[in-house]
Ligand binder design. Sequence first.
Ligand SMILES: [Fe+2]
Length: 469
Amino acid sequence: MAKIGTSSRVAAAIVAVLGFVLSLAVVCNGGKTSSFVRKVEKTVDMPLDSDVFKVPPGYNAPQQVHITQGDQLGKAVLVSWVTVEEPGSNTVLYWSAYSKKQKSEGKVTTYKFYNYTSGYIHHTTIRNLKFNTKYYYVVGIGHTERQFWFITPPEVGPDVPYTFGLIGDLGQSFDSNKTLTHYELNPQKGQAVLFVGDLSYADNYPNHDNVRWDTWGRFTERSVAYQPWIWTAGNHEIDFAPEIGETKPFKPYTHRYHVPYKASGSTAPFWYSIKRASAYIIVLSSYSAYGKYTPQYKWLEQELPKVNRSETPWLIVLMHSPWYNSYNYHYMEGETMRVMYEPWFVKYKVDVVFAGHVHAYERSERISNVAYNIVNGICIPVKDQSAPVYITIGDGGNLEGLATNMTEPQPAYSAYREASFGHATFDIKNRTHAYYGWHRNQDGYAVTADSMWFFNRYYHPVDDSTSAQ
Ligand SMILES: [Fe+2]
C-alpha cells in the first residue's frame, strides 16, 4: 500500500510539474499590455445635423459616393452613389491626363427596410483602366454633377510597393471621425483601405434606422470616393430583424456596398479575393456558413492553391471575428471558424490576418493551434513560423465604446494589446519586407504606437517575432 501511495505521490508530483510547465508555456513571455492612459469618455454618435453628414447641395446631387476594386486584377473600379429626388443617370464619366473622356453605364437599385425607403443606389463599374494612373470621374450627369478622382493600383507583380490602410468597426461617433481624420492625415496613409467589417452601426438604432446608413455613407465619402475601401461583412451588416418583418440578412449592406465577388469565382458577396500590387487579399465571412461542404468552404479550398506567391508574395486574409483575441469581449466567437480553416492558413503560409469585432487593438505572435484532435489533448497555441500574425483592428471608434477588459495574465501568443481607438497601415516594400504600424488617435499623425517589420512567409520566412526570446 505504502509503495502504491509513494508512486501515486510521485505521479501527482509529475502531473503538477507538467501542469506548471504547460501553464508557463501559456502564460509566460506574454507580450506587452499597454499602460497608455486615456481620458475615459462615453463614445457617442455625431448628431444628424453634424457637418460631416451634410447633404451636398443641388437638385438630385449624388451623395455617399464610394469606390472599391471592380475586378480581381485592379484594372476596374466600382463606383457607387445615391440620389434622392429621382433615379437620374447611372453614367460615370471618366478620363485621365492621357485619355479622352469615356462613359460607363451601371444599374440602380432601391430597397425598403421596415418603414424606411432607400434613395436610388447606383453601381457602375469602369473597366479596362490603365494601371498606376490618376483618373477623374463625374457622377450626377444631367442634374448636379460632382467630380472626384482616384489612382489605379500598379500592375500586379512581386516587388511592387503598396500601402494599405486598415480600419475596422468604424461607426459614426465623434471618435470615428477622429479615426478617419487621423488616417487621412497619416503621412504613411494607405492607397486603399482594407476595412474589416461593421460599417454604420445603424442597427443599434430603433428599427435599425437606415437613415444612419445614409449618414455613414456621407461621413466616409471624403475618403472612400478617392481611394477604394475593400469591404468585409461584420455582424452589424446582418440587419436581421424578424420582429419587424426583416428576415433577409445583409439587406442594406448588399444593396449599398457591392464587391467584385464573381471575378474570383465566389457565389456570394461575403467571401471573395482580389489582387492588388504585390498582395493577394482574401476576404472571408464570419457570418456565412463556413463548415465543410458549404459554398464558402468549397470556394476557399479551391482558392488557396490558386495564390501564386511568385506573382503576389503577400497573402493577406480579412475577416470580422478574430480567431485569437485575449479580451473578455466576443471571447472565442471566432473559434469554430479557426477550427475549420487554421490548418489551411498554416499550410499556405498566410502572412497576416486582420480582423475587427473587438473594439480594441491586439497583435499576436506567429502561432498556430492545429495539433488538437479531440483525443490528444494538445490544445495550446504554439509558436509557428508558417502561421500568420493575427491583428485585431476593431478600434475604429463606434458608439459601443472600447473593449477595456482583458484576460489576465496576457497569453504568450499575444504580442501587444491596448484598448485605444486608432487605425493601422501595412506598407509593403518589396517581396520580402513590409512595415506595419498601428496609430492610436491620441498620438501625432506620424507616430506608431505599435509596429513590426513583417518578413514574407514565402520569400523570407525567418523569425520576425517582436517578443523578447
Ligand atoms: Fe462586430
